[in-house]
Design a protein around this ligand. Structure first.
Ligand SMILES: Nc1ncnc2c1ncn2[C@@H]1O[C@H](COP(=O)(O)OP(=O)(O)OP(=O)(O)O)[C@@H](O)[C@H]1O
Length: 588
């Protein structure tokens, strides 16, 4: 047998803290609950009284009783309506708050968390688990509290009517208690399994939607459908199994209740025949005994119900309370303006406990310079960007911007001064104007247009029917790769970032786009420090300097001319690209 552990109780306390902001609503909910209990006690007495007066042929009293029962029923329904509204409102508000807390934490999680967890895991916690927590409060705590009050109130009433009959009802309690304790552990385990299957299910859907182009072009729709069927089938079976187990435990406990209710009936009729119990009280008692054993059963079930939802609690609070990953930490220095000088001193970094990805990286980039980083695949170029953006924290060394350690910058300062433009930039499913101004809500129309002119995309935007108000589809599907990159650079300009990091698109750009991008980089580097991860040598012939990375180390920093004669690695990379180009020409 397993009861709630200390950790579980702490989690439940944390859950209860969500009701604090709704204490007025909670108070009125409890008032309606108390009123409902009063009705539950008065009504059976009225029925008993009515039937007793019917036997006595006192029709006036029968009519009065019917009227009272009618008024009671109407009042009870009205109270029930208010109670339902309050319950739903409490439940929805708490779910809303929990979801907010989870979402806020997700935004503050380090990027490492997203490397290790799947998007579906987050969705599953945000959707499935948050709702379960709110259910714990309304369905378990509140209804549990109601049942305790019911047991006390009805218990006092039935014991005052007849003690032996009341003892018979109570006899079923220990057995149903054992049933629920046993099932509680099983349900907790089954719930954990269901939560994992729900994670898989959400991850699978998210991957399929995100990778729909690959699924279609690879011709693997059947495979994707099969994967979906398998995960959703497993989730369906697990949900059916979970619900069946839950209903089975209630049914077994109910069977015990029916047994005690039958015993009450038999013994009650025996007492009536002996003249030691009136019909009026017997009728009232029968109704009480049903309500009483139902409430008693719910109390005994409380442990197993809570056990079964503990998994959701654990999973949600793992995120909310930073138990899986601590939130990102930034310095508190607000740096308003920077010149754009970047210095890396002895920087070492590894992603996990594997080999070093960057080893003793040292270089300096002066303000308003245009620098290219080159190196073979996996040499660590993107990782340098990741560290500059503080998406990951380096293990040793220092990164300085204008001689200030980037760990001292507060989040806003760092994010404002550095922008990154990825190979496939993410554009939001909204107008071009909104996509630009999302980075700086204070920017006026002129600033947006100037930014677009600098990246040579203004004329293209104006050629669109809706101009700057044109909605671009999710991920900017209506734009070409080059247009997306230029728009993303314009966004960085609107943001007024002094440092722009650009991961050049490898092969997706046509010649015209490449030319525009080159012109864009020339233009923006007059006022910004620009670092480009270059995948093609053709695009770096007019940069100020080139940094060569090899297996996580800087093996050269100079102009193209000097590197060609001094750096073996650079020469090798250059010749390789030239060789590939020649091979392609030969094939053509
Ligand atoms: N999130 C990550 N978790 C673990 N290892 C990673 C992660 N990102 C990159 N790596 C590893 O770090 C190394 C450097 O990767 P990085 O992306 O910085 O290389 P790159 O030079 O930008 O490569 P490419 O030219 O192919 O884009 C690689 O071995 C890669 O497998």
């Amino acid at each position: 047998m397993k009861f709630l552990s200390r950790k579980d109780i702490l989690l439940l306390k944390r859950t209860l803290s969500y009701t604090i902001s709704y204490r007025v609503k909670l108070f009125f909910t409890l008032v309606t609950v108390l009123m409902r209990i009063v009705f539950d006690i008065v009504q059976p007495l009225m029925w008993g009284k009515m039937i007793a007066t019917l036997f006595e042929k006192d029709y006036n009293s029968v009519l009065i009783s019917i009227l009272i029962i009618f008024v009671l029923n109407i009042s009870q329904s009205s109270i029930e309506l208010i109670k339902s509204y309050l319950f739903t409102s409490l439940n929805s508000n708490i779910t809303y708050n929990i979801k907010h807390d989870i979402y806020k934490k997700i935004l503050n999680l380090p990027v490492k968390a997203f490397d290790e967890m799947r998007t579906g895991d987050f969705l599953s916690r945000l959707e499935g688990d948050a709702i379960s927590i709110a259910n714990i409060i309304s369905n378990h705590f509140l209804i549990g509290f109601v049942d305790i009050l019911k047991v006390i109130a009805i218990g006092i009433t039935i014991f005052s009517i007849n003690i032996p009959l009341s003892v018979i009802i109570i006899c079923s309690f220990p057995i149903s208690f054992i049933i629920f304790i046993k099932f509680g552990n099983i349900l907790r385990k089954k719930n954990k399994e269901a939560a994992q299957l729900r994670d898989n299910y959400y991850s699978n859907i998210q991957q399929s939607i995100q990778g729909i182009r690959e699924i279609k072009s690879l011709g693997i729709k059947d495979y994707s459908y099969k994967l979906f069927s398998t995960t959703s089938n497993k989730l369906k079976d697990s949900t059916i199994n979970l619900n069946f187990t839950s209903v089975l435990s209630s049914t077994l406990a109910r069977a015990m209740n029916y047994l005690s209710e039958a015993a009450v009936m038999a013994f009650g009729i025996f007492l009536i025949s002996k003249g030691s119990l009136s019909i009026e009280y017997f009728i009232a008692f029968s109704s009480y005994s049903h309500n009483f054993s139902l409430a008693l059963m719910n109390i005994t079930k409380l442990n197993s119900s809570i056990q079964s939802t503990m998994t959701s609690l654990e999973r949600s609070f793992e995120i909310i309370d930073d138990m899986l990953y601590s939130s990102e930490k930034f310095g508190c220095r607000e740096v308003k303006e920077i010149n754009g000088n970047i210095k890396l001193e002895n920087v070492c970094f590894k992603y996990r406990d594997n080999k070093k990805v960057l080893n003793m990286i040292n270089f300096e980039i002066k303000p308003n310079k245009k620098i290219a980083i080159v190196g073979s695949n996996g040499s660590g170029k993107t990782t340098i960007f990741n560290l500059l953006l503080r998406l990951y924290d380096y293990d040793s060394g220092r990164i300085l911007i204008d001689d200030i350690d980037i760990q001292d910058f507060n989040e806003q300062s760092l994010r404002n001064h550095i922008s990154v433009v990825l190979q496939e930039p993410f554009l939001f499913n909204m107008s071009i104007k909104d996509n630009l101004s999302i980075a700086n809500l204070k920017a006026n129309e002129e600033e947006l247009i100037n930014a677009c002119r600098s990246v040579y995309i203004h004329d293209f935007i104006m050629s669109l029917p809706e101009g700057y108000d044109t909605i671009i589809g999710e991920n900017g599907v209506t734009l070409s790769g080059g247009q997306k990159q230029r728009l993303a650079i314009a966004r960085a300009l609107v943001k007024k970032s002094k440092i722009i990091l650009l991961d050049e698109a490898t092969s997706s750009l046509d010649n015209e786009s490449q030319l525009y991008l080159k012109k864009t980089i020339d233009e923006i580097s007059k006022k910004h420090t620009v670092i480009i991860i270059a995948h093609k040598f053709s695009s770096i012939n007019n940069v100020d300097e080139i940094i060569v990375i090899d297996e996580g180390e800087v093996v050269g920093q100079d102009s193209h001319k000097k590197l060609i004669s001094n750096s073996k690695v650079y020469r090798h990379l250059y010749e390789n690209e030239f060789k590939e180009f020649k091979n392609v020409k030969e094939v053509i």
